[in-house]
Write a protein that binds this ligand. Structure first.
Ligand code: UT7
Length: 331
């Protein structure tokens, strides 16, 4: 980061998850699987899914509202809303961020969506940091959230079992204003050669949806789990190593990784020698909420008193694209 630029902090965090719980047994109605397999291979015991009539923007709005309340900022003061999602209310347009702007009454805020899948929140943070560092804006609300249950194929056991719905949010402000959560370092990156690993192969802008595509379900998420798994272990390890470079381990309060798969997180964090108690994991309760996973986990961890003042929080995520990002935050 440019050392002469304005420092950016996290003024408030928030999150929202649906009430409806989907346990692992639910999937046995549709595919050959078991609670034991899912728990053993992923660490997921249950996840939350939106129910008919509930919208992704309800989650985004509630998470954003909570972040503003915790920061003590009125919605009318927000300059920019960035919603990081690949599963917003509408396909492409209008942006969910505009719906959130209206819901919150954030009348003066510019608003747009950002797509970087599970790494979305890290991308959103980087965008917010740039707007504040440039002096353009003071109050940037970054919301990461998904409703992947609506674009998953209930008959594809390779993918549908891992996803949960949920959203998290962070209000960014100049650190001189909020005096907490200093973003000391942040990075984002991508490798499009892995674009096919997690994709909605058909439909989209390539071709019109046809009854055949709809019945095959290839407009829904397909995932090459093994390839993603291998990539995830090595990328998450590199990201966390990058974030801790030059830092003392005793300064680390907590690692809050993207909740991707318990085995991936354990392998990556053990490689780096992080003690188990310094790695926040909630995948057992919420599954993989993609762009929502890091901010939801951060908010829970803060509430649990795991963010120690002046100590470091490391966040890291990767996702479809392939995309990735990490940040080091001094609380
Ligand atoms: O946020 C980023 C998005 N995605 C990810 O991060 C996913 C990363 N990958 C993973 O988490 C894991 O690869 C999975 C959980 C998706 C799969 O676990 P795995 O241990 O890598 O299993 P596998 O793909 O190597 O499959 C092993 C076997 C296969 O059967 P055969 O071909 O050996 O007969 C799969 O068909 O397990 C089968 N399988 C299942 N069996 C029961 C795959 N999914 C299931 C299932 N229940 N739900």
């Amino acid at each position: 980061m440019n050392s002469s630029a304005i420092s950016v902090g996290l003024a408030g965090l928030g999150f929202s998850i649906p009430e409806h719980v989907v346990d692992n047994h639910y999937f046995t109605r549709f595919v050959e699987t078991s609670d034991e397999w899912i728990v053993q291979r992923t660490g997921i015991k249950e996840r939350r899914w939106l129910q008919p009539g509930e919208k992704p923007s309800d989650l985004f709005t509630a998470a954003g509202k909570m972040a503003l309340e915790r920061a003590g900022l009125a919605a009318s003061e927000v300059d920019l809303i960035v919603v990081c999602t690949v599963s917003g209310d509408h396909q492409g347009t209008p942006a969910s961020a505009c719906i959130v702007q209206e819901n919150l009454g954030a009348k003066k805020a510019a608003a747009f969506d950002l797509q970087a899948a599970c790494a979305g929140f890290l991308y959103g943070l980087q965008v917010g940091v740039q707007f504040i560092q440039s002096g353009t804006y003071q109050n940037v609300l970054v919301i990461g959230g998904e409703c992947l249950s609506r674009i998953s194929d209930i008959y594809d056991r390779n993918s549908v079992i891992i996803f949960g719905d949920g959203a998290g949010a962070a209000l960014l402000q100049p650190h001189s204003v909020c005096q907490q959560g200093l973003i000391e370092a942040i990075t984002i990156g991508a490798d499009g050669s892995g674009a096919a690993y997690i994709a909605r192969p058909r439909g989209g802008g390539i071709e019109r949806l046809t009854p055949d595509i709809l019945s095959e379900g290839t407009h829904l998420i397909r995932m090459q789990g093994r390839e993603v798994y291998r990539f995830a272990v090595s990328r998450m390890t590199r990201l966390m190593r990058w974030a801790m470079e030059g830092q003392k381990e005793e300064d680390l309060a907590l690692v809050v990784p993207h909740q991707v798969n318990r085995r991936i997180l354990e392998t990556a964090t053990q490689k780096l020698g992080f003690p188990e108690e310094k790695v926040y994991i909630n995948i057992d309760r919420f599954g993989n909420t993609s762009a929502g996973s890091v901010p939801i986990a951060m908010c829970e961890a803060e509430d649990a008193g795991l963010f120690e003042k002046d100590k470091l929080i490391i966040i890291a995520a990767f996702g479809s694209g392939l995309t990735w990002g990490a940040a080091r935050i001094r609380w």
